[in-house]
Design a protein around this ligand. Sequence first.
Ligand code: N01
Length: 867
Amino acid sequence: MVQRNSQGASARPAEVDVVVVGAGFAGLYLLHKLRGLGFSTRVFEAASDVGGTWYWNRYPGARCDIPTTDYSFGFDPALEQAWTWSEKYATQPEILRYAQFVANFYDLRRDIDFDTRVEAALWDEGAGPADGRWHLRTSRDEPVRCRFYIMATGCLSQPKAPEIAGAERFQGASHSTSRWPHGGVDFTGQRVAVIGTGSSGIQSIPLIAQQASQLTVFQRTPNFSIPAGNGPVREERLAPLRADRAAYRQAARWSRAGVPLEPPQVYGRYSPPELRSQRFEAAWNTGELIPILSVFADQILFPDANEVVCEKVREKIRAVVTNPETAERLSPRDHAFGTKRPCLDTGYYATFNQPHVRLVDLRQTPIERITETGIALRSGEALAFDAIVYATGFDAMTGALVAVDITGRNGLTLKDKWAHGPSTYLGLMTTGFPNFFTITGPGSPSVLSNMMVSIEQHVEWVSDCLAALRAQGHTRIEPTEAAEAGWVQHVNDCAGITLYPSANSWYMGANVPGKPRVFLPYVGGVDTYRRACDEVVARNYLGLRRSGPAGELCADGLVRRLQPDVQMVLEMMAAMQLPTFDSLPVEAARGMLAQLSAASPPGPAVAEEVDGTLPGAAGPLAYRLYRPATPGPHPVVVYFHGGGWVLGDQASDDPLCRDLCRRSGAMLVSVNYRHAPEARFPAAADDALAAVRWLGEHAAALGGRPGPLAVAGWSAGGNLAAVTCQRVRDEGGPAIAGQLLLTPVTDTDLTRPSYQDNAEGYVLTRTLMHWFFDHYVDAADRADARVAPLRARSLAGLPPAMIVTAQFDPLRDEGLAYAQALAAAGVPVRSLSARGHTHTSLGMVDVVVSGEPVRAEMAAALRGFWA
Ligand code: N01
């Protein structure tokens, strides 16, 4: 028992180094860790014991949904050896016993104030950087001061109000799954209502049905659930742990979701039906969430891939639920699989086959109000109940944080700062609130991962940070605005390429009326996130301003600037340790490009692809024609591939051509041209001109629409498209409706800032550009407008243009310069700068999903050329 003085305040020190709020798993590990580092620490906990979520959520059937072998602390082998789980998914009482065991193992209770809520926290600047403190007020009216203040309050701890009129009038028993009576509830012989079909509802409903004489389930949105297949811990899980526990934990730390599992490589949208079924069944039979969320590499990216999984789960529901109408009502159709957290159940769907169980679909029959005796439906039906169970969820991720009145610098409250959605640096800190940390806060993987792994990572990062501050004589730390804005952008970029934001989920704050619609967790993966956190430290606490008696220190900057999928591709390529193109003989470089192209997803199907040849300047040129599925004849785009005039052919940009064809509704003709070094400048330019002239005359014969063509090209192909427009103007040729230039070469000057900033690391390097130029064109010719269209005497009278540049491309500045020069010459031009992209990323259809909006705009530009 805690010693208290006559006012009820504890006899513990009123001033400590660190205060932690919450004695769930995060608070427990923090206390253990901080103690070990010699920081005086107090923990405040509103409950009467440790356990956090496992203290409160005592409803029948409550279990974890990550296998317990993974849902365990992994930081201390001695702790691991001392505890054995009884089941694949342990029950709430067992997990609570584990939390108590951890508290006892490390003798933690002596520094925890139970039954004490932190109600307010106020930052006091004091006399300067060395002096700032947090002043806390607790429910015991005890003032406490600390240097560092850490909220370890959990992501799903603030219950959401049920928001149903009349709830307070009900005369029977009302229970909330998240505040379940400690003695349990006996529903034997009772008429019971359960409102809510999220994880809590789905876990409790089968067990409540076993006792109740009548059970009515009120469902607003059906959820996807898979059978947990609970039982003894699976041998496949135990074997690697037994073989090498440390390696297993390490693999979990560097996995996508905090459980060791190789990310899938198979694309749902391109798989044959047998492979789809085989993968789905294998995942289904594990009875685990992470495998079923990872059936296909693209299931969370594309609706069609996701729908494969959705429909297979619906088939499973139909196979269990005997009444087809009930089965249909239980089948989710309003959100993609995984965009709301799927549930794990034991007998959930079969429960609805029992005669005393009824499902009320609130979308069809909404609740009018709760009355003294039960629930009145808008249909006029009045249902009588002895008990109502609210399984209505939580104000997730931010609810518990803003429930404390936290006031930072200059009187800014956290609630006000986050009024339009949370803003954090790494989900760990927020500007304006010095020395304030959140464990598994918004903007970190948290709820999208095995929480134990994410908790450990945050606790370790924060404690290391506090130790580093102390070692360097710093007493204060706070993120810079730029770093925080960059992280928020990155978090949104990650979510933006997935289907997550499309669902009305608690991940989006959509379950709480009035809560801003913002994707709360970080979806980029535990491994990627850990890398970012480690990088922040390695780069001298990048983006964090530290100060104290030792002075002030700040390495400002953004830890992530690339689009997340672009970053992932670069990391994958780095891991492949491929030679650089410019280190290879030309033929080998061509072979490597062909291999890389063959390994890429093919892009969307078009109605027809025709290969042929057309006359070039010095012989036949191969072309590939892509025809859209819409009724023709279609306007014609002549497309030139990238590859530095050295690499590639008419088919090497297949995925991009297919994508542009489908999106624009135009017929694309990708024409090959002679390559260097075999055919040096101006061979490629002459072929491009010849091809455009020929297609101008033969568009109709190929099934295209006669009239002005558009030209398009990527990189060196963009160069050829731009050059061709000038030559058609000057040397005679068909009318050109517009030019679409994707990261084009427009000049031969390799000294622009983008060549310096992006000289290396983004596939197209400065060295590689030198290699291309050296193969293609003599130094004496490099001022010729047929290789450097930016140097043309005049740009007036050229066709309308769209120029796309990429932020991390050596060619960025010359693309922008060409757009500016065209505009100055009176040419209608649209310049689009792709943030976070590289020279090669925008053409990576189905791999770099963040390029989709750019490709959509490119297609719109093509359509606009003929408008
Ligand atoms: O909460 P939820 P939960 N009228 O928000 C409905 C974790 N967890 O406590 O979907 C009628 O998921 C609401 O309907 P809708 C896990 O991460 C884990 O079940 O908003 N209905 C929904 O059906 C989980 O995802 C485990 O249309 C109303 C339900 O109530 C998270 O906690 C176990 C309503 C709420 O579902 C939250 O789960 C339990 C209203 N006014 C929880 N308001 C494990 O297995 C809400 N609903 C580890």
